[in-house]
Design a protein around this ligand. Structure first.
Ligand code: OGA
Ligand code: MN
Length: 420
């Protein structure tokens, strides 16, 4: 069979990375075999490789189109349809086409209703776009087909935690993790299991979970639970100003604290709605609002117009202003608040707090040391370590939070690290 021979030859060219030649070969096959599933699949994979090599989205988009067509070819071999479909969805996701990826996976799950791997992919895709109710349906279906699926349990536990159903979260996350199935040994599951246990007042069990994740290398340590890390950076809960190397800038903030306070208070009192409530479900009780001036290394022009002097000061601090893994923000807490123990996402930043309005009553614990704020003074901690905040007083507390790049990062790392 000439076609089979030609296809083998084209596949070989692709494997040898002779990509342009491979494309030509597939094209020549398609002239007389316009519905060849293998030629579509092969050409799609080759275009994908070309796109990757040349960093070119046109090729990637053509690859997606060719791979996707395999699904519509009548009588295409099932195994190839599945492979091509999974690859299509994966590349659509990569291209940022979440909706398309989900549609592809839906088509595939309809074609192969008993394929648990496809359902799992679909569930994860729903989670990526925060369609957790849909994801829950899909993973529940997986569990009905395979009651032992640790993968489905871990994801259902994760969703339960987001929905604040802590009991279910603990049960499912625990069973999911214990299954040891591929995809379950993920720091996020350990993080949410520990957090659920803590909130249920089961601290000793939470500590065990965190320790286990440390031993498995999923956390830097039981107390330092950030998941976007650069290895080998010095990690300690509290830093002296001298240890940061930023003392010059930090002193400048202290020298100007009243100006900063007045701008913050002005926004708070004018009630322009620029302070936004914390939305990460970190609070047990109380109000906590923030006015963000910089985020992911970008200035929020709208807000900086409202607090120009503060932003002018920050603009003099390249490692704060440009910290793509941090923020600069005013943070106001009402009396009565309790913020659950939590950790920030990354060890690549250090967090400065400048006390602006500090009544009696608030305190912050970072690992095992509790401190409070002083008006006009800064302290620095590493928020990738566990911290917890209370305010047992009667007046509101206002601080300015300024994140800096970790001082041990090189210029090249600061340039290349992805924003968070
Ligand atoms: C933090 C934190 C905020 C505050 O800065 O990471 O959790 O306003 N506390 O005290
Ligand atoms: Mn925090």
């Amino acid at each position: 069979m000439k076609v089979v021979k030609d296809l083998d030859e084209a596949d070989r060219l692709m494997k040898e990375e002779k990509l342009e030649k491979a494309v030509k070969k597939y094209d020549s096959i398609l002239v007389n075999n316009a519905l060849s599933p293998r030629a579509h699949y092969g050409k799609g994979l080759t275009l994908d490789k070309l796109g990757f090599k040349l960093q070119n989205n046109d090729f990637l988009e053509q690859a997606i189109s060719f791979l996707g067509r395999v699904l519509d070819i009548p009588d295409a071999p099932a195994a190839l349809v599945k492979l091509a479909g999974q690859k299509t969805a994966e590349r659509q996701q990569f291209r940022g086409w979440s909706g398309k990826a989900i549609r592809t996976l839906k088509t595939l799950t309809e074609k192969f209703p008993d394929d648990i791997g496809l359902l799992n992919d679909l569930g994860m895709n729903f989670m990526m776009v925060n369609q957790n109710d849909r994801a829950k349906e899909v993973f529940t279906k997986v569990l009905s087909k395979n009651p032992l699926s640790g993968f489905a349990k871990a994801h259902l536990g994760f969703i339960a935690k987001i929905n604040d159903d802590l009991e279910t979260a603990v049960k499912m996350l625990d069973e999911g993790i214990k299954s040891n199935e591929e995809g379950t040994q993920d720091g996020r599951f350990f993080l949410q299991l520990g957090d659920s246990l803590l909130r249920l007042d089961r601290e000793p069990e939470a500590r065990k979970v965190y320790k286990e994740a440390e031993i498995k290398g999923l956390f830097l340590s039981a107390n330092q639970r950030s998941l976007y890390n650069v290895k080998q950076l010095t990690g300690r809960p509290w830093w002296t100003l001298e240890q940061t190397g930023y003392q010059h800038f930090l002193k400048m903030l202290e020298d100007n604290w009243e100006t900063i306070r007045d701008e913050g208070l002005n926004q708070l009192n004018s009630q322009t709605g620029s302070f936004i409530p914390e939305e990460e479900n970190l609070r047990e009780t109380g109000d906590w609002k923030q006015l963000t001036l910089y985020s992911q290394g970008r200035k929020k022009e709208e807000n900086c117009k409202k607090t120009p002097k503060t932003c002018a000061l920050i603009d003099q601090m390249p490692d704060a202003k440009g910290c793509r893994r941090g923020q600069v923000k005013f943070s106001v807490m009402s009396p009565g608040i309790h913020v659950w123990p939590h950790t920030g996402p990354s060890n690549c930043r250090l967090r400065t707090h400048l006390g602006l309005v500090v009544p009696e009553g608030p305190s912050i614990r970072v690992v095992d040391e509790i401190r409070t704020w002083t008006e006009g003074k800064v302290f620095v901690f590493d928020d990738s370590f566990e911290h917890e905040v209370w305010h047992k007083g009667t007046e509101l507390r206002l601080v300015l939070i300024v994140d800096f790049w970790h001082p041990e990062l090189t210029q090249a790392q600061k340039r290349r690290l992805s924003p968070i």
